[in-house]
Design a protein around this ligand. Structure first.
Ligand code: AMP
Length: 471
């Protein structure tokens, strides 16, 4: 069995822009938070597909010299973060191939839960794999299709997939994008005028990418929908019947940027509401509200406004922490967290602090932050988390450790409080989480908080792989 891993990613696609590579680059730049390990862009100039992908950050990879080697008015791009073992360039996306459907490039965000089975089956039929990415499985399924049109072949490739994918596909003269029938991961459609006339289409995981390139957000790609843009214009089709919607609630809790509209809702609005509801459910007798930056900022604003307590930036984050930083061999206590966060002593000194963060995963970082706030002089630390306890791993594209590393899977709130060394600990209820994202119609996935997975299949191998996974 190959090593399956979970990826957090961002995708973009541009159709009909004279500087498509630059637009894709800017889109990826805005989506950098969705993956910092590798990035890639493929362009099409009507005749050929050009690709460049590399390890590292978007701004470092795509110099103007590199972008100059990516001509054409069509582009797709991908930025990727994956944790388990394999960080090789081999798995960086997009994947580009020359197959019986022509030259195509493909990238996706999400996790295909039956990829192991599909891959095994394809292998028996003679497919050769170079990487261990789900994207390669989709490409092989596409090549195996007897449909002659690319949209037909893509439909054939997508129908056997179970799980999460928001996908962008580039051919010589067209772009196809699709979203899985549950709609786990976001994918938005935008449009922009081009100077000198004409219209360009843009697609992106989050609308913050549109803001940077000057595109207007039109709507989301619907679950089970494929959108194709080519010389004949734009067409939309449902390639599969829509299934019960399962939009990832964690996009609103943590993953997406607060300036994005995700699943048609402003993320900032959700996060502030999470904080307001948290203040109502878990009040604290305290002096100030302090966020863990950046993830806790919006919820802390909501908590402060609802509780009437002053909001204070008592922790400052260094945004320039590099991946290659060398730790001093002489151990400094809690060095990793200190690199990232530093307390503002004069704000914390003698204060009873409500510390707001979005989630506790293992509890180890949270404990370090609680200690840091206390060592900076806080008299009491009341930790408030803007979602319910994370009890189950995600199989749909958010990187969570396996179940036995999730502290809330085996410890109750009081035990976690003791572990993180807080004076009190409060989590938001599932009901309030649902309210904060305005989920009146049960359209979100809450599996990481409930253990109820929206797809039947979380295969045995998937579970075994997950229990072996290194976070
Ligand atoms: P810990 O206390 O070690 O569980 O770490 C909790 C911190 O990890 C919180 O500040 C979260 O914002 C952050 N976090 C939660 N989920 C993720 C994720 N999927 N990827 C990266 N960081 C995360």
């Amino acid at each position: 069995m190959y090593d399956k891993f979970h990826e957090e990613c961002g995708v973009v696609a541009i159709y009909g822009h004279p500087e498509a590579a630059k637009m894709a680059y800017l889109g990826l730049y805005a989506l950098q938070h969705r993956g910092q390990e590798s990035a890639g862009i493929c362009t099409a100039d009507g005749e050929r597909i050009h690709c460049h992908k590399s390890m590292g950050h978007v701004a470092d990879i795509f110099t103007s010299e590199v972008l100059g080697r990516l001509p054409g008015s069509l582009a797709i791009g991908h930025t990727r973060y994956s944790t388990a073992g394999d960080t090789a360039l081999l798995n960086a996306q997009p994947f580009s191939v020359d197959c019986n459907k022509g030259r195509i490039a493909l990238a996706h965000n999400g996790n295909i839960v039956n990829a192991v089975e599909l891959r095994r089956d394809l292998g028996r039929r003679g497919s050769i794999f170079q990487a261990n990415s789900d994207t390669e499985v989709i490409l092989h399924l596409l090549a195996h299709s007897s449909e002659r049109s690319l949209s037909g072949a893509l439909r054939d490739a997508l129908l056997p997939l179970e799980g999460a994918y928001s996908l962008v596909c580039l051919a010589e003269d067209r772009i196809l994008v699709a979203r899985d029938p549950h709609g786990f991961r976001p994918l938005a459609v935008g449009e922009m005028e081009i100077s000198g006339g004409g219209k360009c289409y843009a697609f992106a995981s989050e609308t913050c990418a549109f803001d940077l390139i000057g595109a207007v957000y039109l709507h989301d790609v619907q679950p089970g929908e494929m959108v194709m843009v080519g010389p004949e214009g734009i067409t939309r089709e449902h390639f599969a019947p829509e299934q019960s919607r399962a939009q990832c609630v964690f996009e609103h809790v943590y993953f997406s940027r607060p300036d994005s509209i995700v699943f048609g809702r402003a993320v900032q609005e959700s996060r502030e509401e999470l904080g307001r509801l948290l203040a109502r459910e878990c009040p604290a007798d305290a002096d100030i509200v302090v966020p863990v930056p950046d993830s806790g900022v919006a919820a802390a604003l909501g908590y402060a406004s609802e509780s009437g307590l002053p909001f204070r930036l008592g922790l400052i984050r260094n945004h320039y922490v590099g991946r290659t930083f060398i730790e001093p061999s002489q151990a400094i206590r809690d060095f990793g967290v200190k690199l990232k966060l530093n307390p503002v002593r004069h704000l914390l000194q003698g204060k009873r602090v409500v510390l707001v963060d979005d989630s506790i995963v293992r509890g180890t970082t949270s404990r370090k932050i609680v200690r840091m706030v206390r060592q900076a002089g806080a008299r009491e630390v009341h930790l408030r988390i803007s979602c319910p306890p994370t009890i189950s791993p995600c199989f749909y594209g958010v990187d969570t450790p396996n179940r036995n590393e999730l502290i809330a899977s085996s410890h109750n709130v009081e035990e976690i409080r003791r572990f993180v060394e807080a004076d009190s600990l409060g989590y938001l209820s599932l009901k309030s989480l649902r309210q904060a994202v305005a989920d009146d119609r049960h359209e979100y996935c809450y599996a990481c908080y409930t253990g109820d997975y929206p797809t039947d299949l979380v295969s045995l191998e998937q579970l075994i792989a997950s229990s072996r996974k290194q976070y």
